[in-house]
Design a protein around this ligand. Structure first.
Ligand SMILES: C[S@@+](CC[C@H](N)C(=O)[O-])C[C@H]1O[C@@H](n2cnc3c(N)ncnc32)[C@H](O)[C@@H]1O
Length: 233
């Protein structure tokens, strides 16, 4: 059972995503649990503030370390039975390591993932230094908060848990497996606006189909993502 704990100032944003698709499936099969914590519940500030002005000046606000540290410690104390080796605290940040399928696979082997969603100008550097184990970015662009990146991680990790995705959605032949993109897929009708489904796919010859798919997979990778071929994703 993978426990995912999210720390955010907008818990309501997660209300719907846990009730659909793979996340709902994973929860129903008791393969995962998703808990959302409101950061404001952990601040010692009497006005429930979780942010403050940056030292040194500048625009915007910075999320304070105290509420985040206390929230993480509270979650850890609730998850006492988790093996520490299989518990990771993730800080979402555009400055982190860019998320790849390999990292999702690693995270899917954990027992507990605690995700910190930043907002405003980001979080006090001491969160990275003292509280988190991993700093993850979902790409080289800036979003307003860590909630959407957290959803990306949750979705990507839960679908990798054994038993969540059915055979019909096999994850074995997917893009990024063996550093290759997936082969082209077709479904009915056989001809659409003059484009016919490749003959081999309706031949019933499984050996030939397998060969065609391997070739196309390599061809797609060379054409669209040649960088993958040399990389260890
Ligand atoms: C507006 S961003 C802060 C950006 C920060 N000032 C910087 O330039 O590095 C606010 C929060 O959104 C989240 N965020 C924004 N873009 C992200 C990305 N590409 N990947 C992961 N988290 C991101 C992070 O949690 C971040 O703390």
């Amino acid at each position: 059972m993978l426990k995912i704990d999210i720390i955010t100032i907008f818990p309501q944003l997660f209300t719907n995503i846990t009730d659909f698709g793979v996340i709902k499936e994973g929860k129903a099969k008791k393969l995962c649990e998703v808990n959302v914590y409101n950061l404001r519940d952990f601040t010692i500030d009497k006005h429930k503030k979780v942010d403050d002005r940056p030292y040194g000046g500048g625009t915007g606000m910075v999320m304070a370390v105290q509420p985040i540290d206390d929230a993480v410690n509270f979650i850890k104390s609730k998850n006492k039975t988790v093996n520490k080796e299989f518990q990771k605290v993730i800080l979402l940040s555009p400055q982190g390591e860019t998320l790849k399928q390999k990292k999702l696979k690693f995270l899917s082997t954990m027992e507990n993932i605690i995700i910190i969603c930043g907002r405003y100008e980001g979080v006090d550097e001491r969160v990275r230094l003292l509280v988190s184990d991993l700093e993850i970015s979902i790409g080289d662009y800036i979003l307003t908060g860590g909630e959407i990146p957290a959803m990306v991680i949750i979705d990507g990790v839960i679908r990798l848990l054994e038993g969540v995705v059915g055979k019909e959605q096999s994850i074995i032949h997917e893009s990024f497996e063996n550093n290759l993109l997936d082969f082209p897929q077709y479904t009915r009708p056989e001809i659409y606006k003059g484009i016919r489904v490749p003959e081999v796919l309706i031949s019933g010859n499984h050996k030939e189909i397998e060969k065609w798919r391997k070739e196309k997979s390599l061809e797609s990778t060379r054409e669209k993502r040649p960088d993958l071929i040399d990389k260890n994703y």
